[in-house]
Design a protein around this ligand. Structure first.
Ligand SMILES: C[S@@+](CC[C@H](N)C(=O)[O-])C[C@H]1O[C@@H](n2cnc3c(N)ncnc32)[C@H](O)[C@@H]1O
Length: 268
C-alpha cells in the first residue's frame, strides 16, 4: 500500500513499535499519550456511555473487561475508578505485546488489584482461545494493524466478546493532523509522541473504510461506526442475545465434547 495521504492509510512503522527504540523516550511517550487520552481521546466518556451505563441498564453489578493494546493502562485505571464510584465492580485485563510497555504498565497499576496486566499479542491463541470477556475495548490500537490483521482481530473480538466491543481510534484527516502538530510542537517534547502521533493519524481511518472492514467481519449485523470530535472514529459492536445464546450453546457443547473426549481418553 502506498503512503498517500489522506486517500490511503499509511503503513509506515511507528518509532514506539521498534523493539530497540530508546526506553526512556518510550516511557515518556506513554506518559504523554496518557495526557492525550485524557484531553482528546473521548474514551472515558465512550466507556461511561457504552459500558458503565449499559451495565446499569442490564442490572449488572460486575463485569469482565479486556483492554487490547492497553499501553500504560491509564484508561483502564480511570474506568475502574469511575465504575467503583457507581457501585460497579470491574475486573480488567490489560493486554500489550511490548514487554517494555507491560513493565511500565505494571508499575503504573501496582495499586489497582482489579487490573491484571498481561504480556502478549491478541493474535496468540493463549490470549483468545479460551477466554471470554463481557466487554472488549481498545484505544489507539487498531491503527497499528494492517487491514488483513484488522479482519483477524475483528473475528477474534467477536468470539471473545459476550456483550460489547468498543474500538476507539483516529480519524484520518488533514485537520486532525494539523491540530495535533500544533499541540505536539507546544507540549510534547523529547519523546516519540510528535512523530508517532502524526503518523498514527495517517494510519487512521475514514469512517467508510472502517465500515468496509466491519462488513467483511463477523460483526456485519452487530456493529455501527461513528465519528466524534476531535478527530475520532469508533466502532461499537453489541452481541445480539441470540448470537450470545448460540455462543454459550457452542461453548457448552465444546466443553461437553471436551469432557466426553477426556473421559474417553481416560477410559482408553
Ligand atoms: C498507540 S499504543 C496505545 C496504548 C493505549 N491503548 C493508549 O491509548 O494509550 C498501541 C499499543 O498497542 C500495542 N500492540 C500492538 N500490537 C499489539 C498486539 N497484536 N497485541 C497486543 N498489543 C499490541 C503496542 O505495544 C502499544 O502499546
Amino acid at each position: 500500500m502506498t503512503a498517500g495521504y489522506p486517500t490511503w492509510r499509511s503503513d509506515l512503522p511507528e518509532l514506539m513499535d521498534d523493539p530497540s527504540s530508546d526506553r526512556r523516550l518510550l516511557e515518556r511517550t506513554l506518559r504523554q499519550f496518557g495526557l492525550i487520552n485524557r484531553l482528546f481521546s473521548r474514551s472515558d466518556e465512550l466507556l461511561r456511555r457504552y459500558l458503565l451505563d449499559d451495565m446499569v441498564r442490564q442490572g449488572r453489578t460486575s463485569a469482565t473487561v479486556l483492554d487490547v493494546g492497553a499501553g500504560a493502562g491509564d484508561i483502564a485505571r480511570r474506568l475502574v475508578r469511575s465504575a467503583r464510584r457507581r457501585g460497579l465492580n470491574l475486573s480488567i485485563t490489560c493486554l500489550d505485546s511490548d514487554h517494555r510497555v507491560v513493565q511500565y504498565a505494571q508499575r503504573n497499576l501496582v495499586n489497582e488489584p482489579s487490573i491484571t496486566v498481561q504480556s502478549g499479542s491478541i493474535f496468540e491463541p493463549a490470549h483468545h482461545r479460551a477466554q471470554r470477556y463481557d466487554y472488549v475495548f481498545c484505544n489507539h490500537f487498531l491503527h497499528h494493524l494492517q487491514d488483513d490483521e484488522i479482519a483477524r482481530f475483528l473475528d477474534i473480538a467477536h468470539r471473545i466478546t459476550r456483550r460489547r466491543l468498543l474500538v476507539n481510534d483516529l480519524l484520518r484527516s488533514y485537520w486532525a493532523a494539523l491540530g495535533y502538530k500544533l499541540f505536539a510542537a507546544l507540549f510534547l517534547r523529547a519523546s516519540f509522541a510528535q512523530h508517532d502521533g502524526v503518523l498514527s493519524i495517517r494510519r487512521g481511518f475514514r469512517p467508510a473504510e472502517l465500515r468496509r472492514l466491519v462488513d467483511g467481519s463477523a460483526w456485519v449485523n452487530e456493529a455501527t461506526v461513528h465519528t466524534a470530535v476531535p478527530g475520532r472514529v469508533y466502532l461499537l459492536g453489541t452481541r445480539s442475545s441470540s448470537s450470545s445464546r448460540a455462543l454459550s450453546r457452542s461453548l457448552c457443547s465444546r466443553v461437553v465434547g471436551a469432557e466426553t473426549a477426556s473421559r474417553s481418553a481416560t477410559s482408553d
